[in-house]
Write a protein that binds this ligand. Structure first.
Ligand code: IMP
Length: 512
């Protein structure tokens, strides 16, 4: 053994810690909390760290962050927000294929700063309809089109001041609407449209096509919020990118067709145990039929499982069986794998094929994201971390004075009754359904527009501490054994967290 060496695995050098190979080849599976990464050499600032990554063979994002296809996590608002900020959202499939396709379409049609699905009325509607709208949505500037639908000819606009003093609320809007309109042409830039809106002093700016049909609306109240998102995840036509989940069930072939017709960028075959004939057959068939649409396959946790899916055409692998915050799979099914071990081995195998792996589940703080990337993941998929945000589906409610939102496993009894969860867990046709998840609540996280930048700046700091400027160089350091790992004892874990204080103020995230 060379002098200064601490184990046979660090022979010929005097590096502290161990290679990932040494740490993970132990008999015991481990997860993020069980190890630390030893610091590297810093000669750059956190803002020099790029988090750009490959989430599938052909889809790149600026941030290694994907939202889980869960019915309390990802619908269009979550997907739009994540894509604007540089990640990508996967619309869940616990809803009819028409509804799921409509969610996808909403993301694809979204234009930052423009309302692409405004509420529209016809000249025949009455002032009472305007009253209803202001009661329900809190606004009153409503565009009026010939037949009361979007994409029909714009004929007027009704604002509060047009109807304020009218006693008779049954008067048709044709009589009160403003017909002298300031409009902007379809295709106008956000900056130009903002400028017209500012100068016009109007509350709303309708956007119309060449034939004068309404295609979108801009609102004065959003003027200050309308900003550019340079890191947004976009397709070649500059539309936001979005993914959608599907099952391996034969009748979901129609769902897939519909999702693709609406422009979905990425399909996720949502299955708790992805190493199945159903998934392999589905992958082969879909890759043949739709070679241009990337498919993330899974979930898998072993090299054998992952390799089979790659050979069947997978463009990314989703890794995780049992680490999810709401998950009881390991207790109920006896199968699964400790998450860091699962990510390490599958990534090691997938690297040979240049296929990215996604660490799915069990991410509870910034350090977990950084560790998942450090053991080979190209991106992380998060459920609980993003649930409870303003952009997650569902309403807030209070329990013991704490503001909460519902969050549930897709294999919780509640979600399985909704349909999609049952498909994921292969129990759709069964009379007795065994739950693999629970239903609960998470605390209000506020808006992701503040939370995600904080989270990602934390990850940049973590990579800086490791001495790596980007994810590819982190993976290079992992496989060249330059990146050094060290398991830590339970006492060390306790000491690594906040301890010995009577009370303290928790940061936005990070102190469990
Ligand atoms: P989290 O980020 O720890 O909350 O984990 C989210 C991940 O848990 C999802 O992306 C799914 O892979 C997984 N998951 C979702 N619902 C269930 C369930 O009911 N049981 C087990 N795992 C689930």
């Amino acid at each position: 053994m060379a002098r200064g060496s601490t184990s046979k695995n660090s022979k010929n050098n005097n590096l502290d810690g161990f290679s990932a190979a040494t740490v993970f080849e132990k008999e015991q599976g481990i997860t993020y909390k069980d190890f630390l990464i030893l610091p590297g050499y810093i000669d750059f600032a956190p803002q020099d760290v790029s988090l750009e990554t490959q989430v599938t063979r052909n889809v790149r994002t600026k941030l290694p962050l994907i939202s889980s296809p869960m019915d309390t996590v990802t619908e269009s608002q979550m997907a739009i927000t994540l894509a604007l900020l540089g990640g990508i959202g996967i619309i869940h499939n616990n809803l009819s294929m028409e509804d799921q396709a409509a969610q996808v379409e909403r993301v694809k049609r979204y234009e930052n700063g423009f309302i692409t699905d405004p509420i529209v009325l016809s000249p025949k509607n009455t002032i009472a309809d305007i009253d209803n709208i202001s009661l329900r949505y809190g606004f009153s500037g409503v565009p009026i089109t010939e037949d009361g639908t979007l994409r029909s000819k714009l004929v007027g606009i009704v604002a509060n001041r047009d109807v304020d003093f009218e006693r008779d609320r049954t008067i048709p809007l044709a009589k009160v609407m403003t017909t002298e309109l300031v409009t902007a042409p379809k295709g106008i830039s956000l900056i130009q449209a903002n400028e017209i809106l500012r100068k016009s002093k109007k509350g709303k700016l309708p956007i119309v096509d060449k034939e004068g049909r309404l295609v979108a609306l801009m609102s004065r109240t959003d003027l200050l919020k309308n900003r550019e998102y340079p890191s947004a995840t976009k397709d070649s036509q500059k539309r936001l990118r979005v993914g959608a989940a599907t099952s391996t069930h034969p009748h979901d072939r129609e769902r897939i067709e519909m999702l693709i017709a609406r422009g979905v960028d990425l399909l996720v075959i949502d299955s708790a145990q992805g190493y199945s004939k159903f998934q392999i057959d589905m992958l082969k068939e879909m890759k043949k039929k739709y070679p241009d649409v990337d498919i993330m396959a899974g979930n898998v946790v072993t090299r054998e499982q992952g390799e089979a899916l790659i050979k069947a055409g997978a463009d990314a692998l989703r890794i995780g069986m049992g680490p999810g915050s709401i998950c009881i799979t390991q207790d109920t099914m006896a199968c699964g794998r400790s998450q860091a071990t699962a990510v390490y081995y599958t990534a090691l195998m997938a690297a040979k094929y240049k296929i990215p792996v996604i660490a799915d589940g069990g991410i509870s703080n910034i350090g977990d994201i950084a560790k998942a990337l450090a053991v080979g993941a190209s991106a992380t998929m998060c459920g609980s971390l993003l649930a409870g945000s303003k952009e997650a589906p569902g309403d807030y409610y209070y329990e013991n004075g704490v503001r909460l939102k519902k969050f549930r496993g897709m294999a919780s009894i509640e979600a399985m009754e909704g349909g999609g969860g049952a498909k994921r867990y292969n129990v759709e046709d069964q009379k007795i359904r065994v739950a693999q998840g629970v239903s609960g609540a998470v605390v209000d996280k506020g808006s992701l527009f503040e939370f995600i930048p904080y989270l990602m700046q934390g990850v940049r700091h973590a990579l800086q501490d490791m001495g790596c400027r980007d994810i590819p160089s982190l993976h290079k350091a992992l496989y060249s054994q330059k990146l050094r790992f060290e398991p830590r004892s339970l006492a060390a874990q306790a000491q690594g967290g906040v301890h010995g204080l009577y009370s303290y103020k928790k940061p936005i995230i990070g102190a469990d």
